[in-house]
Ligand binder design. Sequence first.
Ligand code: 3PY
Ligand code: MG
Length: 277
Amino acid sequence: MSNLPCYDRPHVAKLRVLAFGVMMGNTKDKLRGGQPALGGWIMIGHPSVAEILAGEGCFDWLAVDMEHTSTTVRMFHELSLAVKGTGVDLLVRLPGLDPQLTKQVLDSGADGIIVPSVNTAAQAQEAVAMAKFPPAGHRGASLCRATDFGRNFAPYYREHNNRVLVVCMLEHIDAVRNVDAILAVPGIDATFIGPYDLSASLGLAGQTGHPDVLAAQQTILAACQRHAVPAGIHVVPTDGAEVSRRIAQGFRFIACGIDTEFLQFAARHMFREIKRG
Ligand code: 3PY
Ligand code: MG
């Protein structure tokens, strides 16, 4: 594999131009500065997957999916070790509003949480509260890995509430209806549209390009812009041009595919080339 930074490789050159000069760095700082923060999605819970993706030097963040996989807290801990020192923020998509699991993944080294199906302001408030230490929230304090087993307790505790990333997924038509109330909740660092669940909630499961689904996405995007909360979306099939289009549309917190999709895409692409001769 090339040691060149990914932006110096031909296959990502277009992304560099269209992505407003994105450089790897701190996700939260980029979002605060109005810059796109590009991520990858980890469904295969092996540390090598995290190590390979982080080693590409392109992703601002990687999210470990604990909603739709069998990934355990112990596996997450190993994934966190695999990206240590890379500068990539490691996030967890939780299975739901789960304060216990939130404590465990943050204690193991997660830089933030992505909470699925936030449909009401009360749910958004709980999403923020479970990620933060008192008085802002109710995360418990401990001498866990995140604090370097206590050696870094005081600075970690002091800086955590400001540093932790809280992303609320808006992926149901109820969330679209309540979007202004949800976005009025302080402490949401970004929203994130799940196009599949959003389509399913409209009775259009999987029809992510249906005009009603796109209209719901647009309502969320416009509301995020009104409330100055970075809007996010999951670009599921591997498609750099679509990522660039979403950035141009105004999205800022973007998942650029999934590890499983990257594998399928590369295999299909290769066999297509072989067939073409
Ligand atoms: C969805 O499309 O519903 C998702 O959750 C994508 O992450
Ligand atoms: Mg979903």
